[in-house]
Design a protein around this ligand. Sequence first.
Ligand SMILES: [Zn+2]
Length: 397
Amino acid sequence: MADVQLYDTKTAAIIPFEPGSEVSIYVCGITPYDSTHLGHANTYLAYDLLIRRLEDQGHTVRLVRNITDVDDSILPKARELGIDFLELAARETARFTNDMRVLNTRPPFGEPRATEWIAPMVELISRLDTLGHTYADDGTVFFDVSTFDGFGSLSGYDQQTMTEYAAERGGNPDDPRLRNPLDFILWQPSLDDEPSWPSPWGPGRPGWHIECSAMSMGLLGSTIDLHGGGSDLIFPHHECEQAQSEAATGQTFARHWMHCGMVAYEGTKMSKSLGNLVFVNELSKQADPRAIRVALMTHHYRSDWEWHDHDLTAGVSLLDRLHRAAHGSAGPNPGPFAERLRAALDNDLDAPGALTELSALADAILAGGEDPTAPAVLRQLGSLVGLELDAEPRALA
Ligand SMILES: [Zn+2]
């Protein structure tokens, strides 16, 4: 069986993804303080498509997607709303689970919540401490990047770029306690109204990066086949995860790194502060959720792209055509379409290419033909990419 070819962030090349029969995948999940927007959907659908193709090839896939229910963004939001952070987390996690179900993504094998993994995090930090990779300052423990040779090897960014991104994405390179501006927090004291857990360095809470290392290694072992998330996680989050995990175990943390592009809205970066987030639950009130999936599939997972309101209309119309053809009576020999669709998925998960083949087969069925198996194959190929074509599409609201 041919391997799936996938772009690997670390080697910056498209290479064969060569897992064994069991595949372990860790994808960074949400911080549950707001609803699922299109950026999340775009990311998680890409891994869902990969998983479906791997299962189609006969692999068993174990996907772990965590819930970051304690970090620097959920605590201020809970404070602002005047509710307990775990209540906020439970509410938004339930919404996220529902959105993922509505979009027909495969449920994960494991969905660990950071607050349930504090003890393994403390253990991991202690191990790093014993091995000489940390320093502490008044209850805060830092990872000392100078003790790890490969820092920067995942992102390939230079020191200046890393410093800029660290400042932008949750780090604090100007902290005077840092020996190197890229050193990052493993453990920190909590503020008075924040949750805290006991540790050898005093009560506090974990840093964001150590959470994923502890949960990934705890559920899937020291080395995983593939690690993923949005491209904004390459640095610092994944670079730091790799450094601390490999410093602790001496083994490769992830064999393959796959990152998804960012989604903008009508020409502007989608962000909470601009108030222009497009939410999955809003879109699925307007249109059949399969049309959202179709619309997302018209973009390659690695590209940055913009959502336009008319994308949903286009998705609805293609879904409608696919559904009509799936209930047609005959068409052309579907074999070559199936072969090209799988080849598209194997070519760095080319979802637009796969969608083109589905659409071409549907057109050919609607034009007529002799082969009575064509509509059933169209339905199978739809399932392969997560589009179940049995039910009647819902009209646009
Ligand atoms: Zn993570």
